[in-house]
Each structure stands twice: as C-alpha cells, then as structure tokens.
Ligand binder design. Structure first.
Ligand SMILES: Cc1cc2nc3c(=O)[nH]c(=O)nc-3n(C[C@H](O)[C@H](O)[C@H](O)COP(=O)(O)O)c2cc1C
Length: 433
C-alpha cells in the first residue's frame, strides 16, 4: 500500500490501523533546535479524540502522544520525530457480525476489490482513527507556523442546511459542534440529535482560514498552493468537495464582481486587494491575503437505521450497524482540517525559505567559491592550450598574446572591469604564456 507519505520537505508518514495496538506518525525534515510544546500536541489530539460530547462517537480513547524520537529536552534534534498513539478502547466484536457484509458508504468494498483482504474491525487504515496521527504531525507544523506568526483555524460553517450567520472565533471551542455562531450552533446540535434519534447521520461544511500567510507560497504549475491544499483536505475520510475563496459561487459571478482590486498599503508596505474572492491565492501562489477555503463533509455511513446490502457471496441482506459511531463528523474534522492545512503551509514555507535563503550572503559566498573554482580550471585549460601551441610551433607565443592585447582591453572595457584589475590580469596571462 503506497500513498502513506505526505509533503516534500516537512515529510509525514502515518501508520497503523484503528484496531491494531498503535497508530502513529514519523515526521522528517524538521530543523534541529526548534522548541516544541508537547502539551500543545496533546491539546490538539484532545480536540479530535472521540468521546468529547454526546454528538460524537463515545469510543473512549485518551489519545496520549508518546514521543519516541526526535525531541530532546523540549527541542527538536533534527532527526525523525516518531509519535505513537495507543489504541485502547477497541471492541473488534462490534464488527464481527457484519464482517462478510458490504457496508454501504464504507471503504471495505473497494479495499476488498483492490487488495483482496480487508481488516473488518472498524475500517483499518480507512478509519477516522488514522487522522489522530495527522493531528499530531499538524500540531508540530502549527507550532512552527506560530513561531513565524501564522495562525490556522477552522470551524463548522454549515450542518445539513443550517448555516452560520456570524463569526466569533472565541465561540468555536465553546460548543460541541465547533461553530463560531452560538445561535446557529444550538440549531445544529438539535438537528444532529434529531438525526441520531432516528438512527441517521448528517453532513456539513467546514471553513478553514490561514492568517498572516506571507505572499509567495506555492509553485505555479502542478504544486499550486490550492492544488496541494485540495489534495491534503480531500485525503481526509468523508470529505467530498473543496473550494477556495468564492469557489463554486465564482462560476455564477461576473469578472467585474470577482476581480479583487489592488491598492498599495503604505503601512504594510505591500500590495493588497480590497476584496478576497480569490481566497488568498493567485496563479497558485499566495498573495499575502488571508487564505480561505471550505470542504464538504458527507454524512457518516455508519448509521443504526436498518439498511440493505449484499454479503461477499452476493446474497441480499438486511442489517443494522452497532458499535460507536459519529452521527456527524464535522466537529471532529475541524482539528484534522487545520492539521492538513498546517502541513501544506509549512511545507511550502520551508520550500520558499530555501529559495529566499539563496539570495542571502552565504549563498552569494558559495557562488564566489564556485566561480573561483571555475577560474582555476579555465586557467589550467589555458596553460594546456599554450603548451599545445608551443609543441606545434617555433614562433614565440608572446607575440600572439601581444596581438591579442588590443582585443583584451576592448573586452574588459565593455564589461566595465576596473582598469587596474584588467592590467594585472593581462600581466599574469602574458607572463604565463
Ligand atoms: C475523525 C473522523 C471520524 C470518522 N468517524 C466515522 C464514523 O464514526 N462512522 C463512519 O461511518 N465514518 C466515519 N468517518 C468517515 C470514514 O472514515 C470514511 O467515510 C470512510 O473511510 C470512507 O471514505 P470516503 O468517505 O472518503 O469515501 C470518520 C472520518 C474522520 C476523519
């Protein structure tokens, strides 16, 4: 199974299944000496874990992050960071009865067709549990971003057809649906409880925003920032759509409405746009405005309502799913979405830092060293050629150089080489001819 690795510089590999002893993540590419707040990792995991409220799966997982390597005395060592998260509250028996049934909306049928084998105990790699590893890695990415003044936050924007009307960021963690509008949150909670009572589930929309994201992140062709963000967010189970800025609504707008008008912000000393329909990205590259994106989350497939399907032998079967499931995944996807966006932004930021570092003094010094080496090699090549001429001709070589002197001074003058340097070089060259 490939595709467990994510990122170019800040590289993340997650491993483990929902009903194995552990899940976890290895993070490679973090510079040494970066302070990491371990409690910060735990706080993020707490936001994702099940059992936080009546609106999510009651599975009791502490999701305690065990740091196995890469962090020493609160700082990164520059070696791979390995984080393990134990799976404690497994009840594989919940899934035993349905192990031969193709559960609608689940990944079991496609896993079976692809691999010929499927770990029926709760989704295996396809389980939402895998996202705990992403949240742990994302927590580290978020800390690196925070150290650079960049902040990422997400919230529930819509559940079923109930949309938020106001955005108060201080409200997000105060309600179990993680909505920034307390009035809409109350309606959303009611809607989820009603669906739950009927043995059903609900979907919704999550909005993710990145504050203080610098201009210049993203590559112009295949790794456009929005393309990488879409990939990251669409890789989360149950996410069915992605949009950046005005997204799908842009298709109904006129150019005159959609175009974000530029102005020069004297205080910030940079170009800005008066509106942000593009969502902070132009040509795949961030423009310094806030990044705004949304994802659509499907209603979870594990519902207790009676459903119909077929078993592996093709026999039609009526069944009900037991076990502990989320009636709406949105509140738990909020920290996962933040983590995935953090992984993309830190990766592009580190790539960009490599480019901008190349314009710094160390890079220029290294370029001088390269040129010096090239000069030495060229001088050697010149000496070899002179030797070659001497072997073939009796005429004194310096007369030829003498003829060249006019040409030499003309050339050095055209490129404005200081006359003193031109003289010294010409003297050396004629001396060794
Ligand atoms: C945090 C999290 C929790 C999830 N919990 C459930 C759940 O309780 N029941 C369920 O049917 N799907 C749940 N899912 C979604 C499934 O993982 C997902 O629908 C399944 O793997 C099929 O993938 P797809 O929906 O992307 O096609 C959860 C996903 C996440 C990210």
């Amino acid at each position: 199974m490939s595709g467990n690795l994510f990122g170019e510089i800040f590289r993340v590999m997650t491993f483990g299944e929902s009903h194995g002893p552990y899940i976890g993540v290895i993070i490679d590419g973090v510079q040494p000496g970066v302070p990491i707040d371990l409690l910060g990792i735990q706080d993020e995991l707490k936001r994702r874990r099940p059992g936080q409220s009546k609106l999510v799966s009651p599975r009791k997982e502490e999701d305690r992050a065990e740091i196995v390597s890469g962090i020493f005395e609160g700082k990164t060592t520059g070696t791979p960071i390995c984080i393990l998260i134990g799976n404690k509250d497994q009840r594989a028996g919940d899934y035993k009865k349905l192990q031969h049934v193709l559960r609608p909306g689940h990944a079991s049928s496609t896993f079976l067709q692809k691999y010929g084998i499927f770990d029926y105990r709760g989704g295996g790699r396809a389980s939402g549990r895998e996202t705990a590893s992403r949240v742990a890695a994302g927590a580290i990415a978020k800390q690196l971003l925070q150290q650079r003044g960049i902040k990422i936050f997400a919230y529930t924007y819509q559940i079923s057809n109930i949309e938020i009307e106001t955005v108060d960021l201080t409200e997000i963690e105060k309600n179990p649906v993680r909505a920034p509008d307390p009035k809409a949150a109350r309606k959303m909670i009611k809607a989820i409880e009603n669906a739950q009572k009927k043995g059903d589930s609900l979907g919704g929309i999550i909005e993710i925003r990145v504050l203080n994201c610098p201009a210049g992140l993203g590559e112009p062709v295949f790794n456009k920032l929005e393309a990488d963000l879409a990939q990251a967010l669409m890789s989360i189970g149950a996410v069915k759509a992605f949009e950046m800025g005005d997204g799908f609504k842009a298709s109904t707008m006129k150019g005159s409405q959609f175009n974000d008008q530029f102005y020069f912000d004297r205080k910030a000393k940079r170009f800005r746009t008066k509106t942000n329909h593009a969502g902070g990205v132009l040509g795949g590259i961030t423009n310094g405005e806030e990044l705004v994106m949304r994802i659509a989350v499907k209603p979870p497939s594990s519902i207790s309502k009676k459903q119909q399907s077929v078993d592996y032998a093709g026999k039609t079967i009526g069944f009900k799913i037991g076990g502990r499931h989320d009636p709406c995944i949105c509140p738990r996807i909020v920290p996962v979405a933040e983590a995935m966006v953090a992984l993309v932004v830190i990766d592009h930021l580190l790539m960009q830092e490599r480019i901008t570092e190349q314009k710094g003094i160390p890079h220029l010094e290294s370029m001088i060293r390269t040129i010096d080496t090239q000069l030495i090699l060229l001088l050697k090549q010149r000496l070899n050629l002179i030797e070659n001429i001497k072997e073939r001709s009796d005429k004194p070589i310096d007369t030829k150089i003498g003829k060249l002197s006019k040409d030499w001074y003309k050339k050095t003058k055209t490129i404005n080489l200081p006359p003193k340097l031109s003289n010294v070089l010409f003297e050396i060259l004629t001396k060794y001819s």
